[in-house]
Design a protein around this ligand. Structure first.
Ligand SMILES: N[C@H](C(=O)O)[C@H](O)COP(=O)(O)O
Length: 369
């Protein structure tokens, strides 16, 4: 593949959604901005938030002694701007390099109180995701980095996924908005990367979701994105079984024999460095992890507790298989810390670093027309 570098592509912004306004999404942006860490990225950082709430949160953090200095930013009302005009207007006006970030103002419908969810503001949270999706799809921004939202608040407000089903997370929202049949949730930190065959499902619904097609699509997306987004040309993958002891030869469950292993053997026979289903309890030991780039787990709480116990706060959540780059923090809204201090911005910083690296890699891989 021929390579080219394109200056305008390189300078495309990273779009950061602050998510739930009562949570710590704005706090962690302000913390990074005050430490001049948003300037580490050779790209503009665009942040979606309510402008008034952001100012009040900065005041609260200064009053709490958490921020020594108040970072400065430039605010744009995006409601008035069509996406095509947005980049032009912002790049014309944002000439002041002292500004830590560009704030895309999405007003809340109700006043924001730190730590207190108000479901009247859930539409504003959903709007952040819609705008992020639009700006990533039309390539105005190089990547989306999402802050935490409160899933229950969106559900209680009656906000649905694009297909009309219950809101269950960014992952499913961006998948449906993009028209993807399947995406893969992966969480990554220094210790390991864990990708999931199923995402936000009740435990009782998981066995039915472990189909040959789901396993096959998951593995293929993981392979493709490890190559494309992480630059791993020959990824080494270990796969958890669904049942204890990976089914103990069929005595503790048959999914491994009937569904999972036949699919994994297709990949093994095609030359992919991937295991058959392994007992999850021993897979996650250093002996196995030392020789593996990614673990594929069958469900959320099979893989993520192990990963988060090795680095909660330094972990990045990302969505594989989307037509754009999306990374995210590994934590929730931490309502008890909002506006008070105590929130850590390390996961957001790691999510920005990962999105930035992936965006740089995607420029190098743009084929010449
Ligand atoms: N499963 C995610 C985690 O453990 O961090 C979290 O629920 C966020 O999911 P979304 O990115 O789909 O909102």
């Amino acid at each position: 593949m021929k390579k080219k570098h394109n200056d305008s592509q390189e300078k495309r912004p990273l779009l950061l959604t602050t998510g739930e306004p009562a949570g710590i999404g704005m706090d962690v942006v302000l913390l990074l901005a005050a430490e001049n860490k948003l300037q580490d990225f050779l790209r503009p950082i665009w942040v979606t938030a309510d402008a008034n709430a952001m100012e009040k949160r900065a005041d609260a953090l200064i009053a709490a002694g958490v921020l020594k200095i108040c970072p400065t930013w430039q605010t744009f009302d995006i409601d008035d701007l069509k996406e095509e005009a947005l980049t032009k207007q912002i790049s014309q006006q944002s000439t002041d390099t002292d500004q830590a970030f560009v704030l895309l103002n999405i007003p809340c419908d109700a006043p924001v109180t730190s730590g207190q969810i108000n479901i009247d503001n859930s539409a504003m949270v959903a709007k952040q995701l819609e705008i992020a999706h639009k700006l990533a799809t039309n390539q105005t921004v190089a990547a989306i980095v999402t802050g935490p939202l409160q899933k229950s608040a969106l559900i209680d407000a009656g906000i649905k996924l694009p297909d009309g089903t219950m809101f269950s997370g960014h992952t499913e929202f961006f998948m449906q908005q993009s028209g993807c049949e399947k995406v893969v949730m992966m969480l990554a930190n220094q210790a390991m990367k864990v990708a999931l065959v199923t995402t936000h499902l009740p435990l009782k619904d998981i066995p039915a979701a472990i189909t040959a097609e789901n396993v096959r699509q998951t593995v293929q997306i993981v392979i493709d994105d490890l190559r494309e987004k992480f630059g791993l040309t020959q990824p080494r993958i270990l796969v958890c079984g669904l049942n204890p002891h990976a089914g103990e030869g069929g005595h503790l469950g048959s999914e491994e024999i009937e569904i999972i292993n036949p699919v994994l053997r297709e990949f093994i026979n095609a030359g992919v460095d991937i295991s058959e289903a392994m007992p999850a309890d021993t897979l996650f030991t250093s002996r196995h992890l030392a020789n593996c780039d990614t673990v594929i787990a069958m469900y959320h709480d099979q893989g993520l507790p192990v990963l988060k116990s090795h680095g909660f706060g330094d972990t990045v959540n990302l969505t594989l298989g989307l037509p754009y780059i999306r990374t995210s923090v590994d934590h929730g809204t931490a309502l008890d810390l909002a506006g008070r201090g105590g929130a850590s911005a390390t996961s957001l910083y790691q999510a920005l670093i990962m999105a930035n690296e992936m965006a740089d890699r995607s420029i190098v891989n743009i084929p010449l027309a």
